[in-house]
Design a protein. Sequence first.
Length: 184
Amino acid sequence: MSSTRAECEGDGLSEFMQSMKVLPKMVVLNLDYTVWELHVDMTIQPFRSDKKGGAVDWHGHKLALFPDVRTIMTALQEKGIKLAAASSTTDPQTSRQLMAVLKIDKFFSHFQIFPTKKFKHFKNIQSASGVEYKDMLFFDNMEDNISDITTLGVTCFYIEDQAGGLTMDRFKTGLEQFSHKHSQ
Ligand SMILES: [Mg+2]
């Protein structure tokens, strides 16, 4: 029986994670241009699933996760690392619906999706989960959020080029930075 490309990549990531001295207890992901290649508040409902596990909006515009995101979420779940969403979209309801249509909502234990400062999202995630800031790894494409949340002691990775979103390389680099910081 042949394995799919995603399974092969997933296996590679699992080994990579195994090789890290210290892993985060929780990963926090921004959504727009980190997890998916769109601004949720620009999409038009209703959404429908397509055959490839993606979705399209009412205009037929593709609503897609960045290619490595599902593999990354699966690996986190397998390792028992919690996953939280932190997004300041002005359309939280649509965001949650898109997570459901793309079948990624099952990976998350905490959702902070409403317009506010990232500090507020993190304060809520911290108190609801009990995970300390130092044990969190955060990915976002907004530089201001990265500077703010770094001050809490969270390890933060800035996704500079929003065309790529959360790629496998960026995820691995984030894990390396986290492990390095905690092995000193
Ligand atoms: Mg964003």
